[in-house]
Design a protein around this ligand. Sequence first.
Ligand code: ZN
Length: 426
Amino acid sequence: MNNANNEYIIVYNIGELITSSDPWIINNAAIVIEKGNGIIKDIDKNITIKDKYDLSKHETIDVKGDPVLPGFIDSHTHFVFGGYRADEYLWRLDGQSYSEIMKKGGGIVNTVDATRKTSFKDLIDTGKNRLDNYLQQGVTTIEGKSGYGLNIETEIKQLDVMRSLNNQHPIDVVQTFMGAHSVSREFKDDKDGFVNYVIEEMLPVIAERDDVSFCDVFCDEGVFTIEQTKNILTKAKSLGLKPKLHVDEIAYVGGAELAAEIGAVSAEHLLKVSDEGISRMAKNNVTPVILPITAFSLQEKYAPARKMLENGLDVAVSTDFNPGSSHSYSIPLLLSLSAIKLKMNLKEIVKAVTINAAKALDRDEFIGSLEPGKFADLIILDAPSYEHLIYNIGGNIVDTVIKKGSIVHKKDKLQYEKNNIMKGDK
Ligand SMILES: [Zn+2]
């Protein structure tokens, strides 16, 4: 008698299993997942798993030879916001400068006004829709930043929306407080006053919450200085929030060096990073997060990904989805730009959206690779090999998404096989 029935979910007949760990690929593999908690129990060759476990006694998923990878992790987004700035984007394509656009009421303040006005429910609805789009492209964990409130009330509203979405959606939402994203209207001519407001009034309230992991600051020319950033992040750290930084995007300000000095988990953007900054990040274990869709959208020079990789950095790449500089949640575009513009190879790119992205969120102990003890967040591709992630330009080849052992998405069926098709001119 076998009493241990139905204890596991067994994903079998995997053609290429890309683990994002060591060994990198296992051909003809299977994964055994504990049913109660969604944790990987065993990974091996198909034939070995079939020997060790009686497949007829467990729940099974037959992959039929397709490739399987860890679920993608988007480690830098601003996906909760009100309103849109499509008009501004077209003005910019028309050649108007950022300062001209600001004069017409554009820029971050535009989104801040809209986000303050948008109801909790509307932010949930648009946020959920965006997460659904991410999920269909294989994303199983996402980071989301506040920073479109710039006052306590709206910063909290954004964080509450993310917490609620985390509870109701299969994607795990990792929350970052970014009150120092820009100076609010209320402190227009008093940047130090705003920095004080963030430190003295916002941070203590935010740090009380148990759902916010990180504090991020936009440290760059015309935004917050190195000194102001250091003051905010030092306070954040003392309250238990881990530092992240938007740095060296507009101009070189020594932001990567600051990230290393302050013990930041990640430094993001880095278009203008210095060689010294790169080597200090490497020494201090700071994960660089590169955002090539933003550089593409703004027609900027790309961050020096190769130099970072050659210095031993674990480069992550991310969409930076936001209403201004990167209105895109496209994972296929992210992968293509990483290959063609950042000159990363297939293995580096897969690591950049799995294990290295997990490092950028300080979650690599639990997710980002497929190995026993980690969560079974994985995707099945509709392609003969995982090379098609790069070969297929701009297309979504994710067929099935599995979160902690449960299928949470399967590619939609087209409707024309069921419905009548009308053709001709009558
Ligand atoms: Zn950003």
